[in-house]
Design a protein around this ligand. Structure first.
Ligand SMILES: *[C@@H]1O[C@H](CO)[C@@H](O)[C@H](O)[C@H]1NC(C)=O
Ligand SMILES: *[C@@H]1O[C@H](CO)[C@@H](O)[C@H](O)[C@H]1NC(C)=O
Ligand SMILES: *[C@@H]1O[C@H](CO)[C@@H](O)[C@H](O)[C@H]1NC(C)=O
Ligand SMILES: *[C@@H]1O[C@H](CO)[C@@H](O)[C@H](O)[C@H]1NC(C)=O
Ligand SMILES: *[C@@H]1O[C@H](CO)[C@@H](O)[C@H](O)[C@H]1NC(C)=O
Ligand SMILES: *[C@@H]1O[C@H](CO)[C@@H](O)[C@H](O)[C@H]1NC(C)=O
Ligand SMILES: *[C@@H]1O[C@H](CO)[C@@H](O)[C@H](O)[C@H]1NC(C)=O
Ligand SMILES: *[C@@H]1O[C@H](CO)[C@@H](O)[C@H](O)[C@H]1NC(C)=O
Ligand SMILES: *[C@@H]1O[C@H](CO)[C@@H](O)[C@H](O)[C@H]1NC(C)=O
Length: 477
C-alpha cells in the first residue's frame, strides 16, 4: 500500500515538473563578448520569457573559461539561468575535461537545475559515441543528463540508466511537407514510461552556406515559427529549446546581432555574409505570449497588440541558387530546388485582443486585405497568422493591421528586390515587428516577473519533501 502511495506521489511530482523554455546559444560566436554583451542578450532573453540559455560549448574553443565566467556572473546578477550543452560534433570532449567544466559551473547559483531531481541539467549536441563516459562523469559530479543523440532512436536510449531525458533536433520538416509532431511523439512515448523529460526543439528557419563545413542547404521556414509554437502549446512537453539564439551561420538566430559577432562567415568560407542586414529580433515579439500559453496550457495574456512580418528580400527565381539545395544529401535526404521548399510569400503573425483586418501592400501597389490562414478559436484574443504571395512584386512591404477602420499596428518592411549583389540568392529571412504604440516590442518588454518555472519548482520542493517523509517513514517501519 505504501508503495502505491509512493508511486502516486511520484506521479504527482512528475506532473508538476516545472516547464521551461531554453534558447540554444553558440558560445563560439560570442568570442568577443564583454559583460555588456551578456547583459544585452540576457536582458533580451528575459524580456522574451526565455528561462535559460543552453550554452553550446565545443572543447578547446578560444577564451571559453573567461566567456563562461562572464556569462555566469552576469546571469547571476540578472536572475537568469544557464547550462552547458557540450558540442561533440567537432572532435568530441575528453571525459576529464567534461568533469572539470561541470565541477566549475554546476555549483554556480545561475546554473539551471532540472526538476524533480533538482540536479544541474547538462545537454549535448550529439556525442552518442561517448555515452560510455557518462557513468564515470556522473560518479564525479551530480548532473541530470539530457542529450541530443540523434544517431539513435528514442526507443533505444530512453531506458538507459545514464540518460535522464532526451532532446531532439528534429525541428524542421522534410522538404516542402508540413511540420508535424510525429518525431516529438516518438520521444514522448519512449520517455514517458521512465518519467524522463523531453526537450522539444523549435526553430524559425534554416539556411546555411559554408564551404569549410561542406554545408549548403535550406530547410523549411515560411510559416514554421508560428506553426511550431502551436504544436508546443498542444503537446505540452516538459521543456522547449529554441534553435537558436545566435547561430548566424544557419540563419535560425532570434537574438540581436552585435558587431564583431559574425566572424563565422569568413571562418566558414561562406560566399557572402547572409545575416548582416537581416535582423530577426521581431521573432521574439510574440514569445512572452506563446511561452505563457505553453506554461499555462492556453491562458496566455495579451499585453500589447502588435504584428511581426517576415520574408526573403529576393524572389526565388531572381538570382542564381548556386549549389544550395532544398534538403541535404549529407543528412541522407533526397534534394530538391530550394525554391520548392521556401516559397515567395510575405508571412505575418499578429497578437490581438480581438479579430482585426490585415492589409498588405508591396512596392506602393494595391493595398489588399488578406484573409488570416489561422486565428484563435472563436476569433477572440490571441495569435492570428497569414501570408500573401509576392507575385513577383518588388519594393517596400507595408503590413497594416486595423480594426473597424482604427489603426492597430504597421510594419514598414525592407524592400524586395531582384538585384543580386552577391550573384547568389540569400535564402535568409528579413524580420520586422511593431506594437500598437509604434515601438518594436522585442526589447521593450523588460519584465522582471517571477517565471512560471521558478514558481513550479517551489511547489515541487514541497512535494519532494513530502516524499522524503514518506520514504523515511517507510524505512523506519
Ligand atoms: C580572447 O579574448 C581577448 C580579450 O577579450 C580578445 O582580445 C581575443 O581576440 C579573444 N580571442 C579569440 C580567439 O577570440
Ligand atoms: C575552473 O575554474 C578555475 C578558477 O576560476 C579556473 O582557473 C579553471 O581554468 C577553470 N577550469 C575550467 C575547465 O573551466
Ligand atoms: C550527489 O548528491 C548526493 C546527494 O546530495 C551526495 O550524497 C553525493 O555526494 C553527490 N555526489 C557527488 C559526486 O557530488
Ligand atoms: C510527418 O512529417 C514527416 C516528414 O517531415 C513524414 O515523414 C511523416 O510521415 C509525417 N507524419 C505524419 C503522421 O503525417
Ligand atoms: C572577433 O573579433 C575579431 C577581430 O575583429 C574578428 O576577426 C573575429 O572574427 C571576431 N569573432 C567572431 C566570433 O565574430
Ligand atoms: C493600407 O490600408 C490601411 C488601412 O486602411 C492604411 O492604414 C495603410 O496606410 C494603407 N497602406 C498603404 C501602403 O497604402
Ligand atoms: C516571376 O518572374 C519570373 C521571370 O520574370 C518568372 O519565371 C516566374 O514564373 C514569375 N513568377 C510568378 C509567381 O509569377
Ligand atoms: C527597434 O527599432 C529600432 C529603430 O528602427 C532599431 O534600431 C532596433 O534595432 C529595433 N530593435 C528591435 C529589437 O527590433
Ligand atoms: C509602447 O509599448 C512598449 C511595449 O509594450 C512599452 O514598453 C512602452 O512603454 C510603450 N510606450 C508608450 C509610449 O506607451
Amino acid at each position: 500500500m505504501l508503495s502505491v502511495l509512493c508511486l502516486c506521489l511520484l506521479g504527482l511530482v512528475y506532473q508538476t515538473q516545472a516547464k521551461a523554455v531554453f534558447a540554444h546559444f553558440m558560445v563560439a560566436n560570442s568570442a568577443n563578448f564583454t559583460r555588456k554583451h551578456w547583459e544585452a542578450d540576457i536582458g533580451a532573453a528575459k524580456a522574451a520569457h526565455i528561462d535559460a540559455f543552453a550554452l553550446n560549448t565545443g572543447y578547446g574553443g578560444a577564451n571559453t573559461t573567461k566567456l563562461l565566467n562572464d556569462a555566469f556572473s552576469v546571469a547571476g546578477s540578472l536572475d537568469f539561468k544557464l547550462f552547458l550543452s557540450l558540442d561533440y560534433s567537432a572532435g568530441g570532449w575528453p571525459e576529464d575535461q567534461v568533469v572539470a567544466y561541470l565541477k566549475n559551473y554546476t555549483t554556480h547559483p545561475a546554473y539551471f537545475k532540472d526538476t524533480p531531481t533538482n540536479e544541474p541539467l547538462v545537454s549535448t549536441f550529439e556525442g552518442y559515441q561517448s555515452m560510455g563516459d557518462w557513468n564515470n562523469i556522473k560518479r564525479k559530479v551530480n548532473v541530470s543528463l539530457i542529450p541530443d543523440w540523434s544517431t539513435k532512436s528514442p526507443q533505444e536510449l530512453a531506458n538507459n540508466g545514464v540518460v535522464d531525458g532526451l532532446m531532439s533536433w528534429d525541428a524542421w520538416p522534410w522538404g516542402n511537407q508540413p511540420m508535424n509532431t510525429t518525431s516529438d511523439e516518438d520521444y514522448l512515448t519512449a520517455l514517458k514510461p521512465h518519467n524522463k523529460p523531453y526537450i522539444m526543439p523549435v526553430s524559425p528557419w534554416f539556411y546555411t552556406d559554408m564551404v569549410r563545413y561542406d554545408k549548403n542547404w535550406v530547410w523549411q521556414g515560411d510559416d514554421l515559427w508560428y506553426e511550431r509554437w502551436q504544436q508546443v502549446v498542444q503537446l505540452q512537453p516538459e521543456f522547449v529549446e529554441i534553435i537558436t539564439w545566435n547561430d548566424f551561420g544557419e540563419s535560425h538566430y532570434i537574438g540581436p546581432i552585435h558587431e564583431n559577432e559574425l566572424g563565422i562567415f569568413e571562418y566558414g568560407g561562406s560566399p557572402f555574409n547572409y545575416a548582416e542586414g537581416f535582423p530577426h529580433d521581431g521573432w521574439r515579439m510574440f514569445l512572452p505570449y506563446v511561452v505563457e500559453e505553453y506554461k499555462s496550457a492556453g491562458s496566455g495574456v495579451v499585453d500589447d497588440e502588435g504584428v511581426v512580418v517576415w520574408y526573403r528580400l529576393t524572389p526565388g527565381s531572381a538570382c542564381p541558387a548556386g549549389q544550395t539545395t532544398g534538403n541535404a544529401e549529407s543528412q541522407g535526404q533526397d534534394t530538391m530546388a530550394p525554391g520548392k521548399v521556401l516559397t515567395d510569400r510575405v508571412f505575418f503573425s499578429a497578437l490581438l485582443d480581438s479579430q482585426a483586418e490585415v492589409r498588405v501592400s508591396i512596392g506602393g501597389g494595391a493595398n489588399d486585405t488578406v484573409q488570416w490562414s489561422d486565428s484563435p478559436k472563436g476569433g477572440g484574443k490571441g495569435l492570428y497568422h497569414g501570408n500573401v504571395e509576392m507575385d513577383n512584386r518588388t519594393g517596400e512591404v507595408v503590413v497594416t493591421v486595423s480594426r473597424s477602420g482604427k489603426f492597430v499596428a504597421q510594419v514598414l518592411g525592407e524592400k524586395i528586390t531582384k538585384d543580386c549583389p552577391h550573384k547568389l540568392t540569400n535564402w535568409n529571412a528579413w524580420v520586422g515587428s511593431a506594437t500598437t504604440n509604434g515601438s518594436n516590442a522585442s526589447t521593450s518588454r523588460a519584465s522582471l516577473d517571477e517565471s512560471g518555472a521558478a514558481m513550479g519548482s517551489r511547489v515541487l520542493t514541497v512535494l519532494m519533501q513530502m516524499m522524503v517523509v514518506v520514504w523515511v517513514g517507510w524505512f523506519a517501519v
